[in-house]
Design a protein around this ligand. Structure first.
Ligand SMILES: Cc1cc2nc3c(=O)[nH]c(=O)nc-3n(C[C@H](O)[C@H](O)[C@H](O)COP(=O)(O)OP(=O)(O)OC[C@H]3O[C@@H](n4cnc5c(N)ncnc54)[C@H](O)[C@@H]3O)c2cc1C
Ligand SMILES: *[C@@H]1O[C@H](CO)[C@@H](O)[C@H](O)[C@H]1NC(C)=O
Ligand SMILES: CC(=O)N[C@H]1CO[C@H](CO)[C@@H](O)[C@@H]1O
Length: 280
């Protein structure tokens, strides 16, 4: 009797243990499947993504939406990092350039690139020729920048032309997280008014988050009515529109090489140390 009882108990115990292991394993598989299969980028090999929608934003700028393999996939790109896109130039030769999506991993099932296509640009040619249904080769993530909420009190950002895309991504991540109080002060330089990318989105950030986000546009060739800056970004503009040098702020730069060089010199002259700066 006693033996039988304890035997029964033992059997129940084993059954419970087996069930627990089964549930645990299933849960583990479920978790790992859901985290692994959802991330699509691979730093070692190019992956192909299908262009599902192309929207012209101006005569030489278009927004490209690419589908991820499943509707619940996420790209898996850390905020502020970029990826390498590979294509063919006008001569049919391989070309590879860096791009930062304007979307985040909170956008599930797709990612978007906003691309400015230069008449003589090599990768520009590839994007100009891309049609819905075509595939783009992408590898990543790339880049040293890693955004962590609360690491700095404020960002100053100086962008030129398409250099806006990494800034946009960081700003979006901050502003869409209501518990992230980091401030963002952006200076955005371009040649003409029509060159300004993502203007509607940027203006809506400034409107929705007036205490957290500010933007100052600078144009080489401003329209007649213009309240922003004129010419190149000057040290005075940085002083007036960005946080003062301090150990808990960071200045981010992304623009064409001559502009980055000029901005680095301005920042140094204003007393920003190299630890307070980052170039994408
Ligand atoms: C981190 C990072 C993120 C980027 N994200 C984006 C993005 O989201 N969208 C995007 O469109 N680009 C982005 N770029 C720029 C992109 O990598 C390419 O430099 C750009 O698309 C031009 O490549 P291309 O091969 O067409 O031109 P190239 O063959 O390299 O250049 C051809 C001609 O275009 C001119 N040109 C090239 N780049 C510029 C420029 N920036 N300003 C003015 N003239 C230029 C050159 O003077 C040259 O005459 C990013 C760059 C970096 C470093
Ligand atoms: C939002 O911000 C808080 C506080 O800064 C941070 O702890 C949290 O990880 C952020 N959430 C996301 C999704 O990044
Ligand atoms: C794409 C584009 O127009 N880029 C320009 C925007 O303005 C900055 C600053 O004037 C230039 O350096 C970029 O080349």
């Amino acid at each position: 009797m006693d033996n039988l009882q304890s035997h029964k108990k033992e059997m129940v115990g084993i059954a419970v243990a087996v069930a627990a292991i089964g549930v645990g394993t299933a849960y583990y598989l479920y978790l790992s499947k859901n985290t692994k299969s959802k991330r699509c980028l691979d730093p070692e090999t190019f992956k192909e993504f299908k262009l599902v929608e192309r929207t012209e934003l101006s005569h030489n700028v278009a927004k490209f939406r690419f589908a991820l393999p499943t509707p619940d996939s996420v790209l898996g790109l850390p905020i502020g990092q970029h990826m390498s896109c590979r294509g063919k130039d006008a001569k049919g030769e391989d070309v590879m350039k860096a791009y930062t999506p304007t979307t985040l991993d909170s956008d599930v099932g797709y990612f978007e690139l906003v691309i400015k296509m230069y008449p003589q640009g090599r990768m520009s040619h590839h994007f100009r020729e891309m049609r819905e249904g075509d595939y783009l080769s992408v590898k990543g993530p790339k880049g040293r920048f890693k955004y962590q909420p609360g690491k700095v009190r404020a960002f100053g950002m100086i962008a030129g032309g398409t250099g806006i895309t990494p800034m946009f991504q960081v700003a979006r991540a901050i502003l869409e997280n209501s518990s992230d109080k980091t401030k963002v002060h952006l200076i955005y330089a371009n040649v003409t008014y029509d060159d300004i990318l993502l203007k509607e989105e940027l203006d809506s950030f400034a409107h929705k988050f007036p205490d957290q986000f500010s933007i100052y546009y600078v144009l080489n060739e401003p329209p007649k009515e213009w309240s922003g800056g004129v010419g190149f970004v000057s040290a005075k503009m940085i002083q007036d529109h960005c946080p003062e040098p301090a150990s808990d702020i960071q200045m981010l730069r992304c623009g064409p090489p001559p502009m980055n060089k000029a901005m680095a010199a301005h920042l140094e002259s204003l007393g920003y140390t190299s630890q307070m700066q980052f170039q994408f």
